[in-house]
Ligand binder design. Structure first.
Ligand SMILES: C[S@@+](CC[C@H](N)C(=O)[O-])C[C@H]1O[C@@H](n2cnc3c(N)ncnc32)[C@H](O)[C@@H]1O
Length: 262
């Protein structure tokens, strides 16, 4: 464990959504660098009293990398905490590249991404059989340009369940773009501070969601979800939506039924 940098997913906010591995590494770390803009200080209170704890919001990439490299070369355990899961909008790529160049070993420890905390808060499945079997994780274009082919208008044409990170402040722009593909009455939701005591939920048709989120004063730390899978009406028409996995006539390697299926 020593002499290594761990990129740790700290989950969406609820401390109970920290994985056991994340907790163990955080409690053993010599250097903890955390994303203070997104993670509460309550989390880093778990670090050892002797650990050096730094908020990455005060640091440039080069400073963060230099601290991590120096600590790892001294044989220390470095916990680099990111909100949710580090591999989704975690800005870890540039850090991994720098560590690789420096010859410092690293490991990524997955966490519960905010998209899953938001779905849980809504009590919804993102992949309802025969309604949506694809989830698109994306964002609204802000200062970071979208690569060609990834404009929301184009992605919306799939009609899949869509999760927008980093988009609460741009929700009007996002909703307008999404209506190029989704019908205006497609169910949408904004979940702010998912999994935290301050959690708030706003729901409505896509055409109204921006106004409702604005009226509720939601501007940041929110997940925008769009798609027919969120429609409460599909619960009332359960018969056509049930998954084959638990169908009595569906066999698989763990259960024999009337028919077999891969
Ligand atoms: C820099 S990204 C980090 C995403 C993170 N890696 C993840 O997997 O959730 C920050 C965005 O994640 C979303 N987010 C993070 N925590 C959230 C939470 N507790 N509730 C709702 N959205 C959250 C928001 O869209 C926010 O703008």
């Amino acid at each position: 464990m020593k002499g290594k940098v761990y990129f740790i997913g700290a989950g969406p906010g609820d401390p109970e959504l920290l994985t056991l591995k994340a907790k163990r590494l955080l409690e053993a770390a010599d250097l903890v660098i955390y994303t203070g803009s997104l993670l509460g200080v309550g989390l880093v209170a778990r670090a050892r009293p002797t650990a050096v704890v730094r908020d990455s919001a005060e640091l440039y990439l080069e400073q963060i990398v230099a601290m991590m490299v120096e600590a790892a070369r001294r044989g220390q355990l470095v916990a680099r905490l990111h909100s949710g899961d580090p591999t989704v909008f975690g800005a870890i790529h540039e850090q991994l590249v720098a560590l690789e160049r420096a010859g410092v070993p690293f490991e990524i420890v997955p966490g519960v991404s905010s998209v899953f905390a938001a779905a849980a808060a809504l009590g919804a499945e993102l992949t309802v059989p025969e309604v949506a079997q694809t989830v698109i994780l994306t964002r609204t274009e802000g200062r970071t340009p979208m690569p060609p082919g990834e404009q929301l208008e184009a992605l919306a044409r799939h009609g899949a369940t869509m999760a927008l990170y980093l988009s609460a402040a741009l929700i009007g722009k996002a909703a307008r773009a999404l209506m190029a593909g989704y019908p205006a009455d497609t169910p949408a939701a904004v979940v702010a501070d998912a999994s935290m005591p301050s959690q708030r939920i706003v729901t409505g048709p896509l055409s109204e969601i921006a106004e409702r989120a604005r009226s509720a004063g939601i501007k940041a730390q929110a997940m925008v979800l769009v798609g027919r899978a969120l429609d409460p009406e599909i619960r009332r028409t359960e018969a056509g939506r049930r998954s084959r996995l638990y169908d009595p006539g569906f066999s698989h390697s763990f259960r024999r039924g009337a028919t077999t299926h891969e």
